[in-house]
Design a protein around this ligand. Structure first.
Ligand code: GLU
Length: 497
């Protein structure tokens, strides 16, 4: 490993589905690593045994991979600084705790949790920030060891300066200042024996040689405790970059109230991974030339941590739709069809076993509708327009257009012309409309509207030059839900006259 190599990490706790806020943190780390030819490490922070679940870890990995992120070291890929799951590193943490206790940099705290809670409540009631009183700081080491040996419950706390001003430089936020008097001596190891996040994150970042800690601003206050721990362990500090929070349009933390928040939900809703990726990169960062539609390689080239904004990033669903449309446009036909397929299979429009004929029909369908949809899941509503042919649901106006003076004559004439045709194509249709016009004397809206309604059972929708070939080739296919041909549609319309 090159000593100057950039090493960053994404360190999720597997306690729920991957949220877009966290995905954006992962993505900024990934961009930074790839841009500097550094290493991107995935570390699973599962010391909260009650809330962590292997199922969430599996899902997390699946969602990160779907988004297009890959890591050089991680629980599934291994690497030189593993294990990469904190629950497998407990012995390492204990060894460091022993060293800190022996050096007097940490001490045992015997305060019962109820007393600590009472102190916290009293402080809050008095309008003060709760800070540990330091009651156990001065218990002599031998005495403390004796009490622990006798089985008394004890946590381990870091001995901190307790007062003074504390500063550190943040790559996004500039100089950050804290008053140590409100920090207190943080708990490193709980009385249950489980180490605290603020403690193990330091040991891991140090041992995994992390050079840049890029994470959410909600960890800013933790950083003070972590830096004090680095000092106690005599470890060099990484650089910190705290990203602003992702908010909804009303400026509160993005939550389900605002819409989808889990990466998995965006995937199921038919967004392209490339557009969500692109959108997440724009949360707090803007490309220098203002062109916002970017693929992964372009983002790696352009991304600049130094230009990441300190202001809150607002999650704009409308902009994501727009970006998704742009990314859909960029896809070649076959790739569009591949993205659309699972949504259309789930909706029962396409079979699980796809033949070449199914694929080419799917490409045709996706091309016909893709400019009209924000996401591939919207395509199922578009396809429903051609599968659901039901004249019973026509409105009053459509009925009178279809069964009016011209309507009946036009549709009857059309049915007559269709009788000699095996499969209609648009050129033949265009010829037919001329013949129908000559035969019936109906023209313009009086001619085209009844034809459209008889074919589509709707007064608007896809242009007939796309509709007719799509329906005709679909009707010839073996589909889970058969598609009616133009002749069948017109025959049905006639049956109402
Ligand atoms: N496990 C922490 C979290 O999910 C990691 C924070 C960090 O990046 O240090 O919030």
């Amino acid at each position: 490993m090159n000593e100057d190599q950039v090493r960053v990490r994404f360190a999720p706790s597997p306690t729920g589905l991957l949220h877009v806020g966290n995905a954006r943190t992962a993505l900024f780390n990934w961009l930074y690593a790839r841009q500097h030819r550094g290493a991107f490490v995935l570390r699973v922070e599962d010391t909260d045994v009650e809330r962590s679940a292997p199922e969430y870890e599996r899902k997390l990995i699946e969602d990160l991979r779907w988004l297009g992120l890959d890591w050089d070291e991680g629980p599934d890929t291994g690497g030189p600084f593993g294990p990469y799951r904190q629950s497998a590193r407990l012995e390492t943490y204990s060894a460091h705790t022993k060293t800190l206790l022996e050096a007097g940099k940490a001490y045992y705290c015997f305060c019962p949790p109820e007393d600590l809670e009472k102190e916290r409540q009293e402080a809050r009631a008095a309008g003060k920030t709760p800070v540990y009183s330091g009651k156990c700081r001065s218990i002599p080491g031998d005495e403390a060891l004796g009490r622990v040996a006798d089985g008394e419950a004890a946590s381990v706390r870091l001995r901190t300066p307790g007062q003074g001003e504390f500063r550190f430089d943040d790559l996004v936020r500039g100089t950050v200042t804290f008053d140590l008097a409100v920090v207190g001596d943080p708990v490193l190891v709980r009385s249950t024996g489980l180490p605290a996040y603020n403690y193990v994150v330091v040991i891991d970042d140090f041992l995994m040689r992390i050079t840049h800690v890029i994470r959410g601003e909600d960890h800013l206050a933790n950083t003070v405790r972590q830096i004090l721990t680095y000092r106690a362990l005599d470890c060099p500090l990484p650089q910190f970059a705290h990203l602003s929070m992702v908010m909804g349009a009303d400026n509160t933390r993005l939550s389900k109230r605002h819409g989808a928040t889990a990466v998995d939900k965006f995937k199921r809703d038919g967004y392209l991974a490339s557009s969500l990726f692109n959108y997440l990169a724009l949360l707090g960062w803007a490309p220098p030339d203002g062109n916002e539609v970017l693929d992964r390689d372009e983002l790696v080239r352009l991304f600049d941590l130094g230009r990441v904004s300190r202001s809150a990033a607002i999650f704009d669903y409308g902009k994501l739709h727009w970006l998704n449309r742009q990314h859909i446009k960029r896809l070649p036909p076959r790739a569009k069809a591949e993205e659309a397929l699972p949504h259309l299979q789930a909706a029962g429009f396409l079979p699980q076993e796809m033949t070449d004929a199914h694929w080419s029909w799917l490409e045709q369908a996706v091309e016909a509708f893709s400019e009209r949809v924000d996401t591939f899941s919207d395509l199922k509503d578009s396809l429903a327009q051609i599968f659901d042919f039901s004249l019973e649901h026509l409105g009053e106006q459509e009925w009178s257009d279809l069964k009016g003076e011209c309507g009946k004559r036009v549709v009857r004439s059309f049915a007559g012309l269709l009788a000699g045709i095996d499969r209609l194509d648009f050129a033949a249709f265009a010829e037919m409309t001329k013949a129908i016009k000559g035969e019936t004397g109906c023209k313009g809206r009086d001619l085209y509207h009844p034809l459209r309604i008889a074919l589509t059972a709707r007064s608007s929708g896809l242009d007939l030059d796309k509709f007719i070939p799509l329906v005709e080739s679909g009707a010839a296919l073996d589909l889970p839900r058969p598609l009616k041909s133009c002749s069948e549609r017109v025959a049905e319309a006639l049956s109402f006259f």
